[in-house]
Design a protein around this ligand. Structure first.
Ligand code: FMN
Length: 406
């Protein structure tokens, strides 16, 4: 009688193991419930294993900022709970050490008002606007198609439609993915005028009017700067300028696509205000405004002076804090240039109050807004509404896999 070769038994076991793993991998790749498993077939199961045995370990995956630095503890746990549909009914209590330096708190009243039946909204649209828009207090901040994948854009817009809030396109143009699910849109134009651009990189008023006139577009916004890279434009390498992106942005396919650091259609505060008014006219009277990260205080005051001189005002100004996120930026700019949201927001609010313009202009605020206490804090500091970018990416799930463009 011949004895079985132990090596062939081991080989059969190994083959079975490989087949099992392959089956799990195929299952992970075709299922549509968990983004983590689709991005990390087989390996992704470690996340759920850790979730079962030690919630804190599992949280490592969601506790990192976009760039790998830790997110504030309260923010990340709230985003995590909301993204999983948990609404704070779990008994546990305050998790922060209230004696911590810089601990922030809101003061409540002994006579709380009844809960509102509908979430509050704020009306955007000054005297020159003929199609005002009622903005939610929390909206999806500007992130372009290209920085985010088609599916991420679809998901954010569907969320906006379901939740009754607005979705900012970012400067990368108005893509078909923004329009698929019918959520309200804020169309942003940056220094590249993508999507409303002539062949030589100028602003194309006819194309702008066509797209801004769409029913789904509720406001038009001009980006002057953003907190993570104030004073810096952006570059999309030629290899990433696909046929589709080229079409949406009105740029040549396969060629380096540059957002210049400054606008070319205006260069003074007066011309800026006139251009925003022109955007409003071309859109058919929809609210028009601009977004900036505050740098020089003098420039903010010069813009206020220009508004008074020109006699028309932007309908909104979005203040982005230097703590904001981005697709790509030089580290020095991310960490050391621009005013943080608290200082920038209070400066813009005070400048508008001081110049008598505050009643005509709404202020949006963005920079690490994720939970309701963040919204309230910014309202207290002068904002009328807020926008969030990275919290939305976390809720969609793409940031955990660091593959938001895919
Ligand atoms: C991936 C990504 C892409 C972005 N693209 C744009 C953009 O196209 N236009 C813009 O004004 N801001 C852009 N931002 C900035 C955000 O709109 C927002 O102002 C900033 O990240 C602060 O919000 P957060 O702290 O909630 O992320 C981008 C941010 C991220 C993370």
């Amino acid at each position: 009688m011949t004895r079985p070769d132990p090596r062939s038994g081991a080989a059969a076991g190994a083959a079975l193991g490989v087949a099992g793993l392959a089956a799990v991998a195929v299952h992970d790749l075709v299922q549509k419930k968990h983004a983590v498993l689709r991005n990390y077939p087989v390996l992704g199961h470690a996340r759920f294993l850790l979730e079962d045995i030690r919630p804190e370990l599992q949280q490592y995956f969601i506790e990192r900022n976009w760039d790998g630095r830790p997110y504030d503890r309260d923010v990340r746990s709230i985003i995590y709970e909301r993204a999983k549909g948990i609404h704070g009914e779990q008994a546990f209590g305050t998790e922060r050490d209230v004696n911590e330096m810089g601990y922030e708190y809101l003061v409540h009243s002994v006579a709380p008002v009844p809960e509102l039946k509908e979430p509050p909204r704020v009306r955007i649209g000054g005297p020159d606007c003929t199609q005002p828009y009622d903005m939610s207090l929390l909206n999806v901040s500007a992130m372009s198609f290209g920085a985010l994948s088609a599916n991420a854009i679809r998901a954010l817009n569907k969320g906006a439609a379901l939740g009754g809030f607005a979705h900012d396109t970012g400067e990368g143009g108005l893509s078909p993915y923004h329009e698929e699910n019918g959520g309200d849109l804020i169309w942003e134009l940056g220094t590249g005028y993508f999507g409303a651009r002539t062949k030589d990189g100028d602003f194309d008023p006819d194309e702008f009017a066509d797209k801004a006139g769409k029913e789904q577009v509720k406001c038009v916004s001009l980006k002057l700067s953003q907190g993570a890279k104030p004073g810096v434009g952006g570059v999309l390498p030629g290899a990433k300028v696909t046929k589709e992106i080229a079409k949406i942005r009105d740029v040549p396919r396969g060629e380096k696509c540059v957002s210049p650091s400054a606008h070319r259609v205006f260069s003074t505060p007066t011309e800026l205000i006139e251009f925003v008014a022109r955007m409003r006219d071309l859109s058919g009277g929809k609210p028009a405004g601009f977004k900036l990260c505050v740098g020089s205080r003098v420039e903010v005051l010069a813009i206020c002076k220009a508004i008074l001189e020109v006699g028309t005002a932007p309908d909104f100004i979005i203040v982005d804090g230097s703590e904001g996120g981005t697709g790509a930026a030089p580290l020095e700019f991310e960490d050391h240039v621009g005013m943080p949201l608290t200082q920038g927001l209070m400066l813009v609010h005070n400048a508008l109050v001081g110049t008598g313009l505050r009643d005509r202009i709404r202020i949006g605020a963005s920079g690490k807004v994720a939970a309701s206490n963040d919204i309230v804090k910014r309202l207290i500091q002068g904002a009328d509404y807020t926008n969030a970018a990275r919290a939305m990416m976390m809720a969609v799930g793409c940031i955990q896999a660091q593959m938001c463009n895919r």
